[in-house]
Design a protein around this ligand. Structure first.
Ligand code: ZN
Ligand code: ZN
Length: 195
């Protein structure tokens, strides 16, 4: 049995997903004791990481080399936008939390209970989110080309561009929801028509 299968079986059987534990689940899939253990473990590893990054003067988010004058690396500055997206709406970000596969789905809260949303509303949300991501990508690429970033070592410059491009792809993926919703196939975008 894989871990995922074990976990699903434990959930179905109505007990804690910790291997061998028969206690009923608490607030999560784990029982109260195993949930507390997991929390403690997480807090310890978080504290260890934090101390290590602080001592080594590494990015506090990911452990890469810091951008001079910052506690973060250039890639994290772009992805998490402290510097270039100062004006972003924090609540909106929370609502659009990226799902496991890195794919954000923006949905009006509480809409689920009132049945499926009409297509035009979903299209509007996807395109609004896509435009915002593409604007972030544009700002990120401009930032990556700025003197400030250009003064950094090559590896960090490349990371900055890669992160900015990732934002663009993310915007494209959001927009790509629209044709699918209308049973329109996305043409092969790798073929650029130069005429
Ligand atoms: Zn347990
Ligand atoms: Zn970082």
């Amino acid at each position: 049995m894989t871990y995922a299968e074990h976990k699903a079986a434990a959930v179905d059987a109505g007990h804690c997903t910790y291997p061998g534990c028969m206690e009923p689940p608490g607030e999560t899939d784990l029982c109260t004791k195993h949930q507390a253990d997991a929390k403690k473990r997480k807090a310890r590893s978080y504290a260890r990481n934090k101390a290590k990054r602080k001592a080594g003067k590494l990015c506090m988010r990911c452990g890469r080399k810091r951008k001079p004058g910052s506690r973060w690396c250039v890639a994290c500055l772009i992805s998490y936008g402290r510097m270039i997206f100062r004006d972003r709406d924090k609540q909106r970000d929370k609502d659009a939390r990226i799902e496991g596969d890195g794919y954000a789905r923006e949905r009006f809260r509480g809409q689920g209970k009132r049945g499926p949303q009409p297509k035009h509303q979903l299209d509007d949300q996807d395109l609004e989110a896509a435009v915002k991501e593409l604007q972030r990508a544009r700002a990120a690429l401009q930032y990556a080309a700025s003197e400030e970033v250009q003064a950094l070592p090559r590896a960090q410059r490349q990371e900055a561009v890669a992160k900015a491009v990732a934002l663009a792809i993310y915007g494209i993926r959001l927009a790509a929801q629209v044709p699918g919703r209308h049973d329109v196939q996305i043409p092969d975008l790798s073929v650029v028509d130069e005429d």
